[in-house]
Ligand binder design. Structure first.
Ligand SMILES: NC(=O)c1ccc[n+]([C@@H]2O[C@H](COP(=O)([O-])OP(=O)(O)OC[C@H]3O[C@@H](n4cnc5c(N)ncnc54)[C@H](O)[C@@H]3O)[C@@H](O)[C@H]2O)c1
Length: 386
């Protein structure tokens, strides 16, 4: 069986998720399209890189991503670093002829994302952006039901991504709260996942009308490289720095199809941990998904007899998308890890077949354009065509 060498840049939260997926993908999806070899992991210094190599099962650690992406023995470059580094790494990797998966958002701005898209298209390599939540089997099932016309023509979409890990004003000022590193706050970090859902399930977004704000304007400056996502709390006595990105956004959407929609994203929503949801209404029924109960899809068909009409709960299993590789019994449990394993499977299927996967850098670029429009709309307090 074909093996392919992976260089993973960044050994933090996503480094952990992607490393686990490289190891587990062939265990779930067999025969695997190719066996990923965890060749080298890169971090900001040699000690951190070596520690990541030991922990995540890579053959080597390195502190020099430029040298690594140019190596002849690397087939795939996996970008798991903060957003300000995605463009430079991806463009260098494309020039070196490597297939690329980049974490989301693809870049800080649409302009950066366009340069990345141009580079991968010029190089003719496979490219993917890691909006893995759409690979939750229940979400893929929603797409299948919509494609089959089971809920008719879509009338509206309402999506949320609400979290509370930074609701504490003393939760640290990590890279996620700095515009020069992150590009934006909730818009790019979590809102883009819902934009990906909206485009995947309903279609292209034509215009947005948004309100965005920063509820907590300063936070204690964080020591260390990895964003701890509020774990352990902050030091109320530490020096505080300015938060120059949004921490709450609400946007209305107008789809090219004529459907309407809305997205809300917040990291200050006490009690909401990873409340990533959508509710879609069609002319023949409705679909509801809540990632906090991600094994299930709620579906309602309007032509059911009146005495049993209502939402039914479908637990995903072998009969549903990706069921051939996942656990054989519905409701046994789908986790974040499974979405990354499926993403890895689809990436290597794309590489071995030569067909671009979805979401690709084209989608990543388009989502950055929508994110830029959400920011501009919030500033101008008006509808913006995307
Ligand atoms: N798909 C998802 O669900 C999801 C979830 C979380 C984060 N992300 C995205 O993944 C990316 C990384 O986020 P994270 O949460 O893993 O961050 P993190 O802070 O946990 O880890 C980032 C790692 O990158 C390293 N790093 C920083 N600059 C580097 C450089 N120039 N060279 C090599 N290593 C470098 C850091 O030292 C750290 O180990 C971001 O783009 C983020 O938006 C996606």
């Amino acid at each position: 069986m074909k093996t392919m060498n992976v260089a993973m840049i960044g050994g933090g939260f996503m480094g952990k998720a992607h490393a686990m997926a490289y190891a587990a993908m062939p265990m779930f999806f067999w025969p695997a399209p190719a066996i990923p070899v965890r060749k080298v992991v890169v971090d900001i210094d040699q000690a951190r890189a070596d520690e990541a190599a030991t922990r995540f099962g890579f053959e080597e650690g390195s502190a020099d991503w430029r040298a690594v992406v140019a190596r002849d023995d690397i087939d795939v470059v996996d970008i798991c670093t903060p957003n300000d580094t995605h463009a430079e790494i991806a463009i260098a990797a494309a020039k070196a002829g490597k297939h690329i998966i980049s974490e989301k958002p693809l870049a800080r701005t649409a302009e950066e994302a366009k340069a990345m898209l141009d580079a991968v298209q010029a190089a003719g390599v496979i490219h993917m952006v890691a909006f893995n939540y759409r690979r939750t089997p229940a979400v893929a099932l929603a797409r299948k039901l919509i494609d089959e016309g089971r809920i008719g023509e879509i009338v509206n979409f309402r999506g949320t991504y609400l979290q509370d890990w930074s609701a504490d004003p003393d939760s640290p000022l990590s890279w996620r709260f700095q515009k020069d590193v992150a590009g934006s706050g909730t818009i790019g970090d979590i809102g883009t996942h819902v934009v990906d859902f909206a485009r995947y399930l309903v279609g292209e977004i034509a215009a947005v009308n948004s309100v965005n704000r920063t509820l907590i304007p300063t936070r204690p400056v964080q020591e260390g490289n990895v964003d701890k996502l509020g774990v352990g709390g902050g030091d109320a006595n530490a020096k505080r720095g300015i938060v120059d990105v949004d921490d709450e956004m609400i946007t209305q959407l107008r789809f090219s199809s004529g459907a309407y929609g809305s997205i809300e994203a917040s990291r200050n929503a006490h009690g909401r941990n990873n409340y990533l949801t959508f509710e879609i209404h069609g002319t023949k029924g409705s679909i509801l998904f809540d990632y906090e109960h991600r094994d299930a899809l709620q579906v309602m068909f309007a032509d059911d007899p009146a005495d049993v009409r209502g939402f039914r709960t479908i637990y995903t299993g072998a009969a549903h998308p990706y069921g051939e590789g996942l656990w054989p019994i519905p409701a046994l449990g789908i986790g974040y890890g499974e979405t990354k394993i499926i993403e890895c499977y689809d990436l290597f299927r794309a590489i071995t077949s030569g067909e671009q996967p979805s979401p690709s850098f084209d989608d990543g670029f388009r989502i950055c354009q929508i994110a830029d429009a959400i920011i501009a709309s919030g500033e101008s307090q008006s509808w913006i065509e995307v």
